[in-house]
Design a protein around this ligand. Structure first.
Ligand code: BG6
Length: 605
């Protein structure tokens, strides 16, 4: 997964490099194997500077910020096709260096196109699929087709999901194409820009044009034309004022986005609950679930763990059994059985995770499954493709490890389960009380847990291998805890249902081997059994649960959660495991916002 950004001014801008670098910094979470900036000058000349490393490093080595230009293209790369080296860094030139282009996504027929274009006489300089986009357009443009026609012809040769931005030295405009990867257009005073994601645009303008798949846009500094990639017919669409605020793209007084976003959770949960209380879509969403033959909760990564939590809430509160599916596994496991009366609740912070978009596209092709979306980024592919969607209202999440969006996903599921219980005449939760109380409990946990989490992080930060076990309602949070520790601490931490641990994994326990246990007080009976299976073999059992003398007596040590109602214990536990992972990461000298090898949104298979 990568990030692209392109901008057109009316005249040469000496600050072009600074604009491109800042855009890249806003998109860092999309990839940081390499970065490049290509600029067009008013006199028709170009410059292209790119190399491996994060944008600040490459800026230092190549003075990216000092570039001027009337048009600029920036690309951040998370390597898929081609090693993460300078040769494969983007953007790319065409053969004669009259064009500069970059893409985000996956051109799956790259190797065939490399052979084809080389055979047709093209100078192919890299192994990177983004270069194929440039040669595909160049090939048809050099035949004398208008640029927009060359884009249409090129799209017919490119297979896969991508978004790209490209321009030539002859006209002060850029073209940008959306074919399955995220892309937005920003309309400002004296400039127009495009980007893979909103954070890089919101610094410049909040006037946003939503672009749909299969559309491409020709834009200058003062106007834009949207066309259909199939036949070029023009589509009229005005820009809209985005509700998202650029302030979220700054750390403020926090050392890292991750800590800032953890601390935003009480407010973001309150924002979401107030939104849901006033939303008309909630009833439509709940009705669809109520009437479904089967309900699947489908997601990847942290969002998948939120779905695990959703299954508990729907089961316990609304007496509704649901099937939780890993997005990448869904088609293989359920694709042959999903039917038109089934409902898929697709959960994604970015709304661009390809594993999930593949599921959505599959169901639409087979005309099975009603797609309901729970998504944070408005205008994203999942939002556009959903029959009904509910926003997470978390605002921009800049840190690669998801925190506040996860919290709002589980808050969303608790709310929806409560509404479904009401609809089914079951005793449930009063959503007004939930709205009033839950943000306060999250805030209280943040306040009380900071010091104990720092202390526990000091104790555990050097541990290379540990387990995190959960029982009952907190099992999904144990799974999320293990992922957070893997993501930002680089230790191996396995999450597991605590009753499963004795069926094999228990063999790993030696003197002092650390195991985190998460559970509610209501689960203390089982939790104590599972704790003793570890402590009787001299393992170290660290319990994270609401106060319980029995658990305290049996565990090696305990981190107490504040007194919160049963259904809200997962939210309190979430704050604790997020802070624990964060402090362990920082104690190891790792930047938790941009961990190695991973990316915020993976738009590749
Ligand atoms: C991964 C991210 O790439 O995608 C995770 O590193 C995230 O943090 C997962 O949970 C799913 O992302 P999304 O946007 O579909 O929720």
């Amino acid at each position: 997964m990568c990030g692209i950004f392109g901008i057109v001014y009316e005249k040469e801008n000496p600050a072009m490099g600074a604009v491109l670098v800042k855009a890249g910094q806003r998109l860092t979470y999309r990839g940081y194997d390499s970065v490049g900036c290509g600029v067009f000058h008013e006199d028709g000349s170009t410059e292209l500077r790119k190399d491996t490393g994060k944008i600040e490093d490459v800026d230092r080595r190549y003075s990216l910020s000092s570039l001027s230009g009337v048009r600029g293209v920036m690309q951040l790369r998370w390597a898929t096709f081609g090693l993460p080296d300078q040769r494969n860094a983007q953007p790319h030139y065409d053969c004669d260096k009259n064009m500069i282009g970059a893409h985000n996504g996956n051109i799956v027929n790259t190797s065939q196109l490399q052979e084809k274009y080389r055979a047709e006489g093209h100078t192919v300089r890299s192994d990177n699929d983004g270069e194929m986009v440039v040669h595909a357009i160049e090939k048809h443009y050099d035949k004398g087709l208008p640029f927009e026609q060359a884009v249409i012809e090129a799209a017919r040769e490119l297979e896969g999901d991508y978004a790209c931005v490209i321009g030539d030295i002859y006209t002060n405009r850029l073209f940008t194409v959306k074919m399955g990867s995220s892309l937005f257009l920003g309309v400002g005073e004296g400039f127009i820009c495009c980007s893979s994601d909103l954070p890089s645009i919101l610094d410049l303008t909040r006037q946003i044009v939503v672009i749909n798949d299969g559309e491409f846009i020709e834009f200058s500094a003062t106007s834009y034309t949207i066309r259909d990639i199939r036949d070029g017919h023009v589509i009229e669409r005005a820009s809209e004022l985005s509700p998202l605020s650029p302030e979220n793209a700054d750390k403020g007084e926090f050392p890292h986005f991750m800590l800032k976003e953890i601390h935003e959770q009480p407010k973001k949960a309150a924002d979401l609950l107030h939104f849901l209380e006033a939303s008309r879509e909630v009833d439509e969403f709940v009705n669809a679930i109520h009437k479904a033959r089967r309900v699947f909760l489908v997601a990847s990564g942290t969002s998948y763990h939120a779905c695990l939590q959703g299954a508990y809430y729907f089961g316990k509160l609304a007496q509704l059994p649901v099937c939780v599916a890993i997005a990448g596994q869904f088609i293989d496991l359920f694709g042959d059985t999903v039917g038109p009366d089934d409902v898929l609740v697709c959960v994604s912070q970015s709304g661009e995770t390809k594993d999930l978009i593949n599921v959505v596209n599959y169901c639409k092709r087979k005309q099975v499954g009603r797609i309901l979306g729970i998504v944070n980024v408005l205008g994203s592919s999942l939002m556009i493709r959903s029959e009904v969607h509910l926003p997470l209202v978390s605002d921009l999440e800049m840190s690669v490890p998801a925190t506040k969006t996860f919290m709002n996903q589980i808050v969303m599921f608790l709310y929806l389960a409560a509404k479904l219980a009401q609809k089914r005449g079951l005793p449930g939760l009063n959503t007004a009380a939930l709205t009033a109380d839950l943000p306060r409990y999250i805030k209280e946990t943040l306040t009380k847990a900071e010091t104990p989490c720092r202390d526990l992080a000091e104790q555990l930060h050097a541990v290379e291998d540990l387990y995190c076990l959960g029982y009952g309602l907190c099992h999904p949070i144990a799974m999320e805890a293990a992922l957070k520790i893997k993501e930002v601490v680089y230790s191996h931490c396995e999450g597991m249902y605590s009753s499963e641990f004795k069926h094999g994994p228990l063999s790993i326990v030696t003197e002092g081997y650390p195991i985190l246990f998460l559970g509610t007080r209501e689960d203390s009976g089982m939790l104590i059994s599972h704790i003793n299976e570890v402590t009787c073999r001299n393992g170290k059992a660290i319990a994270i649960s609401p106060a319980s003398p029995e658990i305290r007596k049996n565990a090696s040590q305990m981190l107490e959660l504040p007194e919160v109602p049963y259904y809200m214990v997962p939210m309190a536990a979430t704050v604790v495991i997020q802070l624990l992972a964060y402090f362990m990461s920082v104690r190891r000298g790792i930047d938790p916002d941009f961990p190695r090898n991973i990316s915020k949104t993976l738009t590749v298979d």
